[in-house]
Design a protein around this ligand. Structure first.
Ligand code: ADP
Length: 243
């Protein structure tokens, strides 16, 4: 579903991604972790072309991402993204947030777009908030709306960029539960997160990055039990507090 080959991404002189190769199969769930500034966000933003890259290749569903706008649009239709800060449109209701892109980009009629949106808002348990504006919702509710909004486009891949790190602790679980249910339904997912409980429960592979490179990747049981690199051990020691 996703192939990255020797991808290099620079910001000016600075290499944010040094030589990234990663393949993700249909239905696979990847948890991407690593210290702040290691390139995790840059990596997933390259997958839907929110960032350009300078060398290597990225293919999503067999479509190569380059300068071709048609290819970029085609990939973006397949890839949903959820951000740390929700990024809902503040001037639109929850329902309007969910119907805008399906109507504008997919060409759905309003009635059809609303039916899809309501089904997905129900699925993430915020249908009762459909007529409210984002500012009237809790952070956890807003993030679940953001997930529903992404799902309304019928993506084959979902990218999550630290979806729970802006939330109050009591709201983390409701968002993780939504992500777990999505994973159980077979969605292909790449999640940047430090929620290691989620990684253990859901990930097929945990990918650890440092300084713009993938240091190691392995199934969670192995990753947590036998991290191969010193860098990984140090990171796990820091975030798990030695447990
Ligand atoms: P992470 O998600 O692992 O915290 P990022 O992918 O956000 O890391 O950033 C990787 C590196 O690239 C960091 O050193 C960051 O400062 C740098 N970086 C990210 N975005 C930009 C940008 N727009 N311009 C310049 N440097 C950037």
């Amino acid at each position: 579903m996703i192939v990255m080959e020797n991808v290099v991404k620079t910001y000016g002189q600075f290499q944010a991604l040094t030589d990234i190769s990663l393949s993700v199969g249909a239905g696979e769930k990847i948890v991407l972790c690593g210290p702040s500034g290691s390139g995790k966000s840059t990596l997933i933003r390259c997958i839907n072309h929110l960032e350009t890259y300078q060398r290597g290749r990225i293919l999503v569903g067999g479509i190569q991402l380059g300068d071709d706008q048609k290819a970029i649009d085609a990939v973006r239709r397949e890839v949903g993204m959820v951000f740390q800060q929700f990024n809902l449109f503040p001037h639109l209701t929850v329902l309007q947030n969910c119907t805008l892109a399906p109507m504008r980009v997919r060409g759905l009629a309003r009635q059809e777009a609303e039916a899809v949106a309501k089904r997905l808002l129900d699925r993430v348990r915020v249908l009762d908030q459909a007529e409210k504006y984002p500012a009237q919702l809790s952070g956890g509710q807003q993030q679940r709306v953001a997930i529903a909004r992404a799902l309304c486009m019928g993506p084959r891949v979902m990218l999550f960029d630290e979806p729970t790190s802006a939330l109050d602790p009591e709201m983390v679980k409701e968002v993780l539960d939504t992500m777990i249910s999505l994973a159980e339904d077979g969605m292909t997912m790449i999640c940047v997160t430090h929620e290691m409980g989620f990684a253990r429960q859901v990930a097929d592979r945990v990918v650890f990055m440092a300084s713009g490179s993938i240091v190691e990747e392995s199934p969670p049981a192995e990753f947590f039990k036998n991290p191969r690199h010193q860098r990984t051990r140090r990171f796990l020691g820091e975030i798990l507090g030695g447990h």
